[in-house]
Design a protein around this ligand. Structure first.
Ligand SMILES: Nc1ncnc2c1ncn2[C@@H]1O[C@H](COP(=O)(O)OP(=O)(O)OP(=O)(O)O)[C@@H](O)[C@H]1O
Length: 245
């Protein structure tokens, strides 16, 4: 018996209207449909400006879709249609079992990195949260000296790993990543790829916008290529170690 998908995106569209430019319209996403299997790692690829970030922001309802629907299946089998959720429930979902790691830092100012991570934990055990946060610091090769520092002062690559760590404090079962390795040198990129690979083994379902071919080849089960806001190609990825002889 095959598992029902964790996420079903049906005919999703997004048109931006530029009101200050005579209501000019930009069709950023056009009739995109796909499903994400439980535990699957899906890579979204495509040229710059193709609509990849718009796709993930729209499927999460950070952008209000122009058309289409997104259905998310919880661990207990309940299926939620995101557009029908009261805002408070949508926020709880996006700050809990669905984790979104954007390319940008968005945190409370003048709070140190470690405290932000401790606050992000979904439980009230501060000592446990601190231990979890420090373990993530180490796993992400963030120097412990940065723990009390405001993340706004971090380098691009440090911010990127901090963003990931912050989201992982909540142990999301569905992870949505926007270019998680973009600002990283090759060695640090390996650190992040290894962590994402371990999360995949642990059963996390993931959608990641990736320009990084190494990351696609190491992590993805399937690649969807976006162009002009549409799906151009959908390719299963077969790794050597998975090939049955
Ligand atoms: N809020 C917005 N208002 C107007 N246009 C937007 C908005 N967000 C995105 N766009 C436009 O939608 C198109 C797709 O942008 P998007 O950021 O999704 O591309 P992308 O594939 O993620 O690109 P990149 O790889 O460069 O990050 C672009 O033409 C962009 O200018």
């Amino acid at each position: 018996m095959t598992c029902p998908p964790v996420l079903e995106v049906a005919n999703l569209s997004k048109t931006f209207t530029l009101h200050l430019l005579g209501a000019r319209e930009i069709v950023a996403l056009n009739d995109v449909s796909f499903a994400l299997a439980e535990g699957e790692f899906l890579a979204l690829t495509g040229r710059t400006g193709a609509g990849k970030s718009t796709l993930i922001k729209t499927l999460l309802h950070y952008n209000r879709p122009t058309g289409g629907s997104v259905r998310y299946r919880r661990a207990d089998g309940t299926v939620l249609t995101l557009a029908d959720l009261p805002v408070i429930d949508l926020i709880a979902l996006l700050e809990g079992e669905i984790g979104y790691v954007s390319q940008h830092l968005s945190v409370v100012p003048r709070v140190g990195a470690l405290d932000l991570m401790i606050e992000a934990a979904l439980h009230d055990d501060r000592a446990r949260a601190e231990a979890e946060a420090l373990a993530l610091f180490e796993r992400l090769c963030l120097p412990e000296a940065l723990a009390p520092v405001y993340p706004v002062t971090f380098s691009g690559g440090e911010k990127q790993r901090f963003n990931l760590g912050l989201t992982l404090m909540r142990h999301p079962r569905l992870l949505i990543l926007d270019e998680p390795t973009a600002a990283l040198d090759p060695a640090t990129r390996e650190v992040v790829i290894d962590l994402l690979a371990d999360l995949k083994v642990a059963g996390t379902s993931t959608i990641a916008v990736l320009h990084d071919r190494v990351a696609v080849d190491r992590l993805a089960d399937r690649e969807i290529e976006i162009n002009d806001g549409r799906i151009m190609a959908e390719t299963p990825i077969c790794r050597k170690e998975e090939t049955v002889l």
